[in-house]
Every structure is written in C-alpha cells, then in structure tokens.
Design a protein around this ligand. Sequence first.
Ligand code: C6P
Length: 417
Amino acid sequence: METQTSVELNKDLKDLRADFPVLERQVKPGVPLIYLDSAATSQKPLAVIETMDEFYRMSNANIHRGIHFLAEEATLMYEKSRARIAHFINSPSSKQIVFTRNTTEAINLVAYSWGRTFLKEGDTILLTEMEHHSNLVPWQILSAAIGTKLEFIPVTPDGLLDLEVFHNLLDLHPKLVSFTHMSNVLGTINPAKQMISDAHQTGALVLLDGAQSVPHFGVDVQDLDVDFLAFSGHKMCGPTGIGVLYAKRELLEKMPPFLGGGDMIKRVHLREFTANEIPYKFEAGTPAIAEAIGLGAAVTYLNSIGMEPIAKHEQNLVQYAIDQIGSIEGVTIYGPTPEQKGGVVSFTLDGVHPHDIAQILDDHGIAIRAGHHCAMPLHDKLQLNATARASFYIYNNLNEIDHLVEAIYNVKNIFGV
Ligand code: C6P
C-alpha cells in the first residue's frame, strides 16, 4: 500500500523516531502511543531536551545584564540562537528576530505597537475566514479601540481562499492583510507569495501567521517579501513559551515598544525613557532564556533533516491518510486536495460527535484533537460545532495511519453507524 517514496522515507525516519523519547511510551499496557496532534504542539527531540538541561545545569544566568562569566556565556547562547533562527527563515539580520512567547503574542505585538501607531479610524484590515482566533481577536480588540474596519476573504467550498474576492477586497485599499500561511483546520497552504505581491501593489503591508507553516516547510521571508511573520517554537520541536516575530527592519525601527520594563531601554529618567535598539526594544523583562536556546537547538535539528524532506514526508502521510480515511463510509474530510495542503486531516463521522471519536481513539492510544481548534468562525462557515483532527509531523508513519483507520472502524462499530 505504501508508495515508493514513503517506503524510503520511513526507512530513514526509523532512526529519527528514536530521537523522541515520548514515542516509546505506552498509554496503557500493550497500547503504544500514536501521537497525531502535532498541530497543537509537536514532540521534542533529545537534542532540544538535552540542550535545555545542559543550559540549566551548567550555564544558567540572566542575560544582557551581567559581566560575569556565566552571564556572558548565557547571553552568547541566547544571541547565537537568535542568529540560527534568522538563518532558518532567511532573515537579512538577526536584529529582525524578536523573541515573543508564541505566535499569539507576536501578532498581538504588531496589533498593539504597529496598529495603534500607524492605523486610524476607518482604515481597513483584511483577514480571512480561516483564521485562528490568534489572528482575529487582536484585530477585533484594535478595531474596538481605534475604529479600524475588518474585512474577510471568504473560504470556498473546496477549502481554499477565494482569490477573486481577495482581489476585489484589495480595491478597498486595506492598510494590512493578515492571513495564515497554512490553516490549522483545513490544512490549506495559501499562495502567500502571490497574495503578498498583490497586497503590496495596493500599498498594504502583510502579516503572515506562520504557526503551521514554519515547522513544516521552508519559509523564506526575503523570497516571500513578507512584512511580518509570526510563529511558535513549540510546534517545531522547540519548547513552549518561546515564539518569534520577524519584521522588516524599517517597520521595527519605527514601531514603539509593546511592553515596558528592563532590557527594552537605553536610558530611564523618572518621567521618560529612551528605547533600546531593535530587537531588544520589544523584549521587556527577563526573557525565556532556556527556551530561546532550546528553539535554536530545534532549528538545528530540523536543518539536519532538511525542510524539503520534511515537507515531502508529510505530503506522503497526508495523501495516504486522505485516501484511507476518506474511503470509510460516513466520513467527511474538510479542506482541499492533498497537493494543496499540509499534514492536517480534519474530519467528521456521521452520527458520532468528534469528542466521542477522540475519546475512543484515545483507548487505542491515538492522540488526536477534537473541537473547533480555535477557529470558531471557520467552523460556523462549515456549519459544524466541531471536527476531529489528525495532524502529522516528522516522526509519524503510514503504520500509525493504518491504526488510526482501524480505530475509526471501531468507533463505527461501537456507535453502530
Ligand atoms: N494552533 C492548534 O491546535 P500559539 O498558541 O500562540 O502557539 O499559536 C496560535 C496559533 C496561531 N495560528 C495558527 C494557524 C495556529 O494553528 C495556532 C495554534 C493550535 O491548532 C493550538 S489552538
């Protein structure tokens, strides 16, 4: 049943699975864990776990403050990690990499700092119907505060963005177009490069939500010519608590600080301050030092595999999963055809609530997510309360998908559907 490329990839990836200690777990005696929830958060390889462990054992100190040996070492490790991340997304400079807690905070930073400074009442922000709440609510908060208007690119019945409507909406001359590179529900990979170019022609800036793209395929900010890119460490083999905002230099230079406190200043007087240089201007307080260093290790790990083989592997998994799950009677899969999507398969089964599917799959050791996946408006559009979602990463294989399919048949048996 396996395609030629999958067989090759699975042979290579056997060693790779050993890098993830959690994959050796059994959820109960004789039932091994099958982790199909990487869109929520990925598992962590030893390379990341050991780097963070080593940092806390041997190098722990606060950064940018001390001149003692450990402080200098910790600062060097933190900044080296920033440089690795810059290289990973082809940022022209590591100064354009702002560490945040996650994608959510990175988008909020832009909405708060750039939005409140450069937008005014009546300005249009163009979003899409497939956004995660993290790329909706910050703009809703901004609109409530300053009176910006929100418009939305619709999702077609095939699970794609309606690009014709997008082009019509560009006639409104939005100041910002903000959209997800890859949908966490439909798996749709949006044609970011073309959309960014089209948006730029009408004078709009573009924010790309890279939470689901940066972990899974090569994202080159210079090639895309994107203005802002937000992503999370924990979805790309890194730790929780660390994310990234990339932005064009001239934008970061002009944006005021988001949070005030230590490290983001050059000079403080009782009544005023001068802000530090970029990116420190946006990193108030003691940052997530070990986590930033862990994310650097994650990037090195992903590079050692290569983003192209990762994307190809996931493409094989999603193709196989759609073929197999899609052939089960009563199943509906949401989103476009496999060539247009990443490693996410959201589905429903007639007569069974997605939470019940997830519950029974859990008895089989299979971890999936059920619910609205923080994309309620998209589920409203699909006229659904919830979907069941299996999502894949480098450590998954075709065998696990076979188990998933068997388990779905068991759900059908239990519910008599
Ligand atoms: N989606 C999911 O299970 P944070 O929580 O800030 O790291 O990422 C937010 C986020 C933003 N955009 C997209 C497209 C996302 O998928 C996510 C996170 C997870 O689908 C958790 S809700």
